[in-house]
Design a protein around this ligand. Structure first.
Ligand SMILES: CC(C)(COP(=O)(O)OP(=O)(O)OC[C@H]1O[C@@H](n2cnc3c(N)ncnc32)[C@H](O)[C@@H]1OP(=O)(O)O)[C@@H](O)C(=O)NCCC(=O)NCCS
Length: 207
């Protein structure tokens, strides 16, 4: 029983050990704010969620189109550029810091979590180990389609497309299309190396 209690305490510690007292209070306020505005329908809902992000995020450069039912954790470590769109069911945990550029679009049920659980060794249980904050960077004009998972430490370079249900484990190339679990490069958005903007995808089987 004593060991059980120790593990339970370890679990609680692992959830808050990375936070100062001020940050802990902020995280509680954050939960309540998202509970209040997270599910609000229609245009007022979008406006309130944008206001909540403006209030709590580290940086927000423009309007954010956040559908109902998106979960934000540790919003104070989240940076968002201009024209951010996010669909329902998506989970964004900025414990390790998440930086997003302009024109980032997230589909439904995407997971972007910037914390790692250390897995080496058999003891103590992973359950009671502290989370390791591990930053994620998402550059301009990135689309992450429905159900994708972005692993901690990954950089999605400018113009990346991530296909539905993909698991991105490594940094991506600019204007490239990735799909699968683990995600592999399946194409490029650029017609040729001179092209500056997005075009219809051209195929690549090199990776
Ligand atoms: C990633 C995506 C944009 C690529 O589209 P595309 O460039 O037209 O690619 P294609 O359909 O020509 O597929 C090319 C190859 O990649 C594979 N592929 C495409 N998307 C994939 C995915 N999400 N997971 C695994 N493989 C995928 C295809 O099976 C195909 O393989 P093959 O060459 O062996 O037949 C698209 O497949 C996708 O996932 N769209 C997301 C749709 C979505 O979630 N919409 C909801 C709104 S957010």
């Amino acid at each position: 029983m004593a060991a059980e209690e120790k593990r339970a305490r370890g679990f609680l510690r692992s959830k808050i050990s990375h936070l100062s007292a001020g940050e802990l209070i902020l995280s509680q306020v954050e939960s309540i704010v998202w509970w209040l505005v997270g599910g609000l329908p229609a245009l007022p809902g979008f406006a309130f969620r944008w206001a909540a992000l403006k209030l709590m995020a580290k940086r927000v450069n423009g309007f954010c189109w956040v559908q109902p039912g998106v979960t934000f954790v540790q919003t104070d470590r989240l940076e968002i550029g201009r024209h951010f769109g996010c669909n329902t069911g998506t989970y964004i945990n900025a414990i390790g810091g998440i930086t997003m550029g302009d024109y980032v679009l997230l589909g439904s049920n995407v997971t972007i979590s910037s914390g790692m659980h250390p897995i080496e060794g058999s003891s103590p249980p992973i359950f009671s180990r502290p989370t390791i904050p591990t930053p994620i960077r998402i550059e301009d004009d990135v689309w992450i389609a429905a159900g994708a998972v972005i692993l901690p430490g990954v950089t999605l370079r400018k113009g990346t497309v991530v296909g539905a249900n993909s698991v991105v484990t490594k940094d991506t190339d600019e204007f490239s299309i990735y799909a699968g679990a683990p995600a592999r490069k399946i194409g490029s958005r650029l017609r040729d190396s001179q092209s500056q903007g997005p075009t219809s995808a051209s195929r690549s089987t090199s990776e």
